[in-house]
Write a protein of this length. Sequence first.
Length: 256
Amino acid sequence: MKIQVLSQRTEIIENAVAVIVRKINDHPKDNIFVLGLSTGATVLSVCEALVTFVQKGEVSLKNVVIFYAGEYIGFSKKTKQYYFNLLQEIFISKVDIDPNNIFTLDGNVEDPVKECDLYEEKINSYGGMDLFVGSLGTTGALAFNEPGSSLQSRTRLKTLTSETLKADARFFGDNISLVPHQAVTMGVGTIFDAKMVLIVVYGVQKAFALKACLEESVSEMNPASIFQLHGNTVFLADKVAGRLLSKAISINHYEN
């Protein structure tokens, strides 16, 4: 595990994009590169910045397969809060990726448990993810894996905690009653199996979650703490998110 604390949010996004571009460009040209993307505004910001590199021809996504990490249950696909719609608008519609290479969980199916099992099988059929890009929630959640999630969990149906409902209410006009109470999500174990994990964290509100994740014991109450044990995980954080860390290792390169 490596940690890099940078001064500006823009630096974090630039470094995250640099990792993605390098990993894709270093991948064997004729082989599919499997990219996992977490839900949330932080990863969307990274994707938005990646668009420029694709449009300039510095990287191509023609041989990239994307697995999106989660979606609300029973939530209309026509609404702006539907996570995949945001990804489509900000990122997918502007890059050279094959639409057939984009996979996302469907929260509107009759059998979400079966949907999750099939999604897990689909990820495995590609040999797992080469890179997963995620972020931390204020409670330490990764995708919809909230505190208390099993560290071995696979893609599954998840009932959301009251803390997550409160946090997500800002996307629903601060009306908590509109926030769906369940989601389908990649599991912690599913994400841990990725060959490389990149976790981007910025904002003062993430400081306690980041410290718990990196400096407390590995625990289900801090699901992302499991990445202390991952052989190839990089955390990128800004100074305010990392202000409580007792030790941060600044790195200038990223190993395979």
